[in-house]
Ligand binder design. Structure first.
Ligand code: 6PG
Length: 246
């Protein structure tokens, strides 16, 4: 064993919850989200992930028992990233959540905060930064006052999370709350930056299926991948199914 391998941590940072399959993982993540919201008094901000993995979680929230017991009137919904496409585009993260969740539950329209990414990466990022600062009520994060009570994140096979892809300029952004990602393919994107995602009281990463196992293994070995820089002020929980778990 090399010295580097000996030093490498052998576990994912945070708590790891391994479930039998993707459906049970979704049930577990939905329960986690409800509990995070119920544990947070007053107005609550939740940050949602795009991608396919969280879709069954959103579908569960739209149905009983979640639909009936979720405190919809005090939760505000934000997105961790968005593609620069119109809000009804098939690849829009907002369109996905709207179809699966928002259309089916009594959320006050003013509590839905999509990223206006169709305006292009730079303008979309600037507009969303203003929106986040307006909601937070300050231009800088205060210690002990997380922006998000709960943040859901996915994991790409290259180690990206939100739209923080390996090598993009947004990885280095420490001042702005959002960033354009013009490098993203097939279209540019807007993403929340590390300081913003890390201003979360709790983060849940969701990953299922055998295709995610190699990257989870690399993360567990301590590789410097974009997802490894998610270090929230609160805790991280990894919701995995058996196929993905390293
Ligand atoms: C997106 C994301 C992205 C996603 C990962 C995993 O908009 O696509 O926010 O970071 O979570 O690419 O995607 P899957 O869940 O589809 O594997």
């Amino acid at each position: 064993m090399t010295a580097a391998a000996a030093r490498a941590p052998r576990s994912l940072p945070g708590r790891r919850v391994v479930l039998a399959d993707a459906e049970i993982m979704a049930r577990s993540a939905a329960a986690w989200l409800l509990n995070r919201v119920l544990d947070t008094p007053g107005r609550v901000a939740v940050c949602l992930s795009g991608g396919n993995t969280p879709r069954p979680v959103y579908a569960l929230l739209a149905k009983p028992p979640y639909r009936d017991c979720f405190p919809w009137d005090r939760v505000h919904w934000f997105w961790g990233d968005e593609r620069c496409v119109p809000p009804d585009h098939p690849r829009s993260n907002f369109a996905m959540v709207r179809a699966v969740l928002l259309n089916h539950v009594p959320i006050p329209p003013a509590h839905i905060h999509p990223i206006a990414a169709a305006d292009g990466p730079a303008r979309g990022a600037a507009t969303y930064e203003d929106e986040l600062k307006g909601f937070y009520g300050a231009d800088a994060f205060a210690s002990g006052r997380p922006l998000f009570a709960a943040t859901l994140l996915g994991l790409g096979e290259d180690g990206h999370t939100a739209s923080l892809f390996p090598g993009v300029a947004a990885l280095a952004e420490r001042v702005h709350w959002t960033a354009g990602v013009p490098e993203a393919k097939p279209e540019a994107r807007v993403t929340l930056t590390y300081p913003t995602l890390n201003c979360s009281a709790a983060v849940a990463f969701l990953a299922t299926g055998p295709a995610k196992r190699p990257i989870l293994h690399r993360l567990a070995r301590g590789e410097d991948l974009p997802a490894a820089h998610i270090q929230p002020v609160g805790n991280i929980t990894w919701f995995l199914d058996r196929d993905a778990a390293p």
